[in-house]
Design a protein around this ligand. Structure first.
Ligand SMILES: C=CC1=C(C)c2cc3[nH]c(cc4nc(cc5[nH]c(cc1n2)c(C)c5CCC(=O)O)C(CCC(=O)O)=C4C)c(C)c3C=C
Ligand SMILES: [Fe+2]
Ligand SMILES: [Fe+2]
Length: 363
C-alpha cells in the first residue's frame, strides 16, 4: 500500500476546519460524449446499481451507454443554463452562501463543494483542504434523506480517499436532515409563498427520487425518511391527509421501484377528476434535470393531457435564505466541539508556531 505525498508535518500548525458540501454530480455539457462519461462513472457505482458486477457491466457498456447518453443529453439541453448545469450552478452558490453564513456566525473555516460523480471530485477537494492545512472536515451530503445510493456513496468516496492518506483529518458526516425542524419550516414557507403568488391547487404532490423497492426490504431507511419528511411538511402546512400525497419519480430499469410512481399517479388523479395540483420535490436540495425536466415539463404534460387543468411546480430550496440558514445551523450543530471561533489571527498563529518550534528544538 502506498500513500499520497503528504505535506511535511510542522509543529504548531493551526488546526483548521473545512466543510465539504457534496452533491451527486452532473455532466460537463449537454452532449452525448459528456453524458457517456458521467453515466459511466455514476452507473458503475455498486451503491447505485446493486446487481452482479459482471452482468451489469455487460448491460451497461453493451446497451445503456450506447443508447442513453444521446437521449439524456437532449433532455439536459432543455434545462441547461448559460453558466452550466442547474445542479452545478446551485451547488456552487450554496457553498458560497454557506461560507458567508458560517462566517457571519463567527466560524473561521473553509467551505468547499464537491460532486460524487464528475468534477470537482470529492478526492480533489479533500486534497485541496489538506494543502490548506485543514485538519478537521465536516462532510455535508446535500441529501435530506439518507440512502445507501447517495449519502452512503459519498461516505465511500471519502473513505477511499482516506485509505490513501497517511495523516487522515478528523472526519464527521451529516447522514440526514429529513426531519430537521428548521429545514421543514423552510420547505413549508417556500410552499406557502408559492401559494400566495400562484394560488393553491386541490392537492399537494410531494415527489421524491425513487429507489429499487428491494433496498427498503434490505434495510435502507430512505423510504421511511421520505414519508416522514412528507408527513412533517404536511403538518407544518396544516394539510389533511386527503390534501397531499407522497410519490416517487425517476424509475430506472424494469425492476419494481418505490411506489406510487409520480407520473402514473398524476395521470390517475387527472383521470378521476382532479383539476389542479401543486408539486414539490422535498428530496432534492437543488433543482436539476430530475425536477426541471422530468417534473416541471414531462409530469406537467402528463397531468394536463390526462384531463388536469393546472399543474404548478414549486422550485427546490436552491439558494432560499431560510433554507440556507437551516443548512448553516445544521452544520453549526455538527461542528460543536471543534474550535472554529475566537481563533488567533495570523500574528497570533505565527507566535504560537514559533513557540512550538522553540519548544520542539529544546526537547
Ligand atoms: C440507476 C439507478 C439510480 C438510482 C438508484 C438513483 C438514486 C438517486 N438519485 C438521486 C438524485 C439524482 N439523480 C439524478 C439523475 C439520475 N439518476 C439516475 C439513476 C439513479 N438514481 C440517472 C441515470 C440519472 C441521470 C439522468 C438520466 O440519464 O436520467 C439527479 C440529477 C443530476 C443532474 O445532473 O441534474 C439527481 C439529483 C437520489 C436522491 C437518489 C436516491 C435516493
Ligand atoms: Fe438518480
Ligand atoms: Fe429522470
Amino acid at each position: 500500500m502506498s500513500f499520497k505525498k503528504e505535506p511535511g508535518y510542522r509543529h504548531g500548525s493551526p488546526l483548521r476546519t473545512g466543510v465539504l458540501l457534496c452533491n451527486l454530480g452532473t455532466p460537463e455539457a449537454p452532449t452525448a460524449p459528456a453524458l457517456r462519461r458521467y453515466l459511466a462513472e455514476f452507473l458503475s457505482d455498486p451503491r447505485v446499481v446493486e446487481i452482479p458486477r459482471l452482468v451489469w457491466m455487460v448491460i451497461l457498456h453493451g446497451i445503456i451507454l450506447r443508447v442513453r447518453p444521446a437521449k439524456s443529453a437532449a433532455k439536459y439541453a432543455t434545462v441547461w443554463l448559460k453558466e452550466g448545469s442547474p445542479l452545478k450552478v446551485w451547488t456552487e452558490r450554496q457553498a458560497k452562501l454557506l461560507q458567508g453564513l458560517l462566517g457571519e456566525r463567527g466560524h473561521q473555516l473553509q467551505v468547499r463543494h464537491a460532486m460524487r460523480y464528475g468534477q470537482p471530485s470529492i478526492a480533489s477537494q479533500l486534497d485541496a483542504f489538506k494543502a490548506e492545512g485543514v485538519t478537521r472536515i465536516l462532510v455535508l451530503p446535500a441529501y435530506p434523506q439518507y440512502s445507501g445510493a447517495t449519502t452512503g456513496s459519498v461516505i465511500d468516496a471519502v473513505a477511499r480517499w482516506a485509505l490513501q492518506t497517511r495523516h487522515v483529518p478528523e472526519l464527521r458526516f451529516i447522514n440526514r436532515y429529513h426531519d430537521d425542524p428548521a429545514h421543514i419550516r423552510a420547505l413549508a414557507d417556500s410552499v406557502r409563498r408559492h401559494w400566495t403568488t400562484h394560488g393553491q391547487g386541490d392537492k399537494l404532490v410531494m415527489s421524491f427520487h425513487g429507489m429499487p423497492e428491494r433496498t427498503l426490504h434490505l434495510g435502507d431507511p430512505y423510504h421511511c425518511e421520505c414519508l416522514k419528511t412528507g408527513r412533517l411538511l404536511a403538518q407544518a402546512l396544516g394539510l389533511r391527509e386527503d390534501q397531499y400525497l407522497v410519490s416517487f419519480q425517476s424509475r430506472f430499469g424494469k425492476a419494481k421501484w418505490l411506489e406510487p410512481y409520480t407520473e402514473p399517479t398524476l395521470r390517475q388523479l387527472a383521470a378521476t377528476g382532479l383539476k389542479s395540483v401543486d408539486l414539490v420535490c422535498p428530496g432534492f436540495s437543488a433543482d436539476c434535470l430530475e425536477t426541471l425536466e422530468e417534473i416541471a415539463q414531462e409530469a406537467k404534460e402528463a397531468f394536463e393531457t390526462s384531463g388536469g387543468q393546472r399543474f404548478s411546480y414549486i422550485p427546490c430550496l436552491n439558494d432560499d435564505p431560510q433554507g440556507m440558514r437551516a443548512l448553516a445551523e445544521l452544520a453549526e450543530r455538527h461542528l460543536q466541539g471543534w474550535p472554529t471561533k475566537d481563533m488567533p489571527d495570523a500574528a497570533g498563529l505565527q507566535a504560537q508556531a514559533d513557540r512550538a518550534r522553540r519548544l520542539g528544538a529544546s526537547a
